[in-house]
Design a protein around this ligand. Structure first.
Ligand code: HEC
Ligand code: HEC
Length: 286
């Protein structure tokens, strides 16, 4: 029982991380009772998805279409079935806005993988998108409710987990020093589940190095830590500390590795207990 619950939480939140512009500390400020507000959706606070709650009439129309056309493979609640993936946790569906992501999949299908094409109208696609959004928001609300219960872990086990899985990028005496003073436990848990890069937030650059590889027109490849990147220039420092900077002309390829990729990979691995243990450990980093 615990397995599907954490799994759905982290997968949904993974998607929510990718799409949400809402500062995550809102989770901490949200009222503990996310439930019981279901009857008046427009007034409902959305925790991770900073988007409007879809129009209930569109959700209902979308649900009918979905059950008839898609439910056979994706499950009537879109949680996935034997022949089609879970669309509540699908990153593509989470990033969708009014059908812009799912529309092309529906219209073209992925026939070689078992997803047929459906010649639906733009209106029908929007309705299905509304239904999927409603399913995602319902899942996220439940999870936001559950995430309150964080202080039940074992800090020793959390420390061991941290040392094996997080220590390559973080240090309790370095970048995470005093982290417990910065965030309350709920916010702290949400920060390691779905951190935002400082670079993405525009707040003074990444503290964690961003790996980059530049391939020049000559075929020469230089890898290191990204120092600067815009449309015209790229600069990096290689492992010997030497600084390189290049113009991004024709034939110059720049591959930036997302420093948060490590977090995304971990999201799929945590058990509920790992999360609680980690939080219990992190709250000791005062
Ligand atoms: C016959 C089975 C089947 C039916 C019916 C079906 N799908 Fe699919 N669908 C699939 C499979 C299989 C995939 C996974 C394809 C892949 O791996 O790329 C998929 C993928 C998708 C994806 C992409 C998910 C992602 O994360 O990449 C979306 C969106 C989707 N389907 C929506 C729908 C909708 C909406 C309908 C109804 C209009 C529908 N599907 C009907 C089998 C089906
Ligand atoms: C591959 C590198 C990597 C790994 C592994 C990793 N992180 Fe991170 N973590 C990052 C990056 C990058 C950020 C974003 C901060 C930044 O851009 O400076 C971040 C942010 C965080 C933050 C938010 C810090 C803040 O000040 O808001 C916490 C907390 C955190 N990570 C905890 C963890 C924990 C716990 C683990 C192990 C379970 C872990 N991280 C594993 C790279 C990593």
């Amino acid at each position: 029982m615990a397995y599907p619950v954490w799994r759905s939480r982290v997968r949904v939140c993974l998607g929510a991380l990718l799409l949400s512009a809402l500062p995550l500390y809102l989770i901490a400020q949200a009222p503990a009772g996310g439930r019981g507000q279901k009857k008046s959706p427009p007034a409902r606070r959305n925790f991770l998805i900073s988007r409007a709650v879809p129009d209930p009439a569109a959700v209902e129309r979308g649900q009918k279409l979905f059950v008839a056309d898609c439910g056979f493979c994706h499950g009537s609640k879109a949680n996935g079935g034997e022949n089609g993936p879970d669309l509540v946790r699908s990153v593509l569906a989470l990033q969708d806005e009014g059908g812009d992501q799912i529309g092309p999949v529906i219209l073209k299908g992925r026939t070689e993988k078992g997803m047929p094409a459906f010649p639906l109208t733009g209106g029908q696609i929007k309705d299905i998108a509304a239904f999927l959004r409603a399913r995602q928001q319902a899942a996220i609300d439940r999870n936001a409710y559950k995430i309150q219960n964080v202080a039940t872990g074992d800090p020793k086990k959390g420390k061991a987990y941290f040392e094996s899985k997080c220590g390559s990028c973080h240090s309790p005496e370095g970048d995470l020093k005093g982290i417990a003073g910065k965030y309350n436990p709920v916010a702290l848990q949400s920060r390691f589940l779905y951190p935002e890069s400082h670079a993405r937030r525009g707040a003074g650059g990444n503290r964690i190095p961003t790996p980059v590889t530049v391939t020049l027109a000559s075929g020469r490849r230089i890898s290191g830590e990204l120092d600067y990147l815009d449309d015209f220039n790229v600069a990096l420092r290689d492992s010997s500390g030497e600084y390189h900077s290049f113009e991004r002309g024709a034939g110059v390829k720049v591959e930036v590795k997302d420093p948060l990729a490590g977090h995304l990979a971990l999201l799929k691995q945590y058990t509920d207990q790992d999360m609680h243990n980690l939080t219990a450990y992190l709250v000791t980093l005062k």
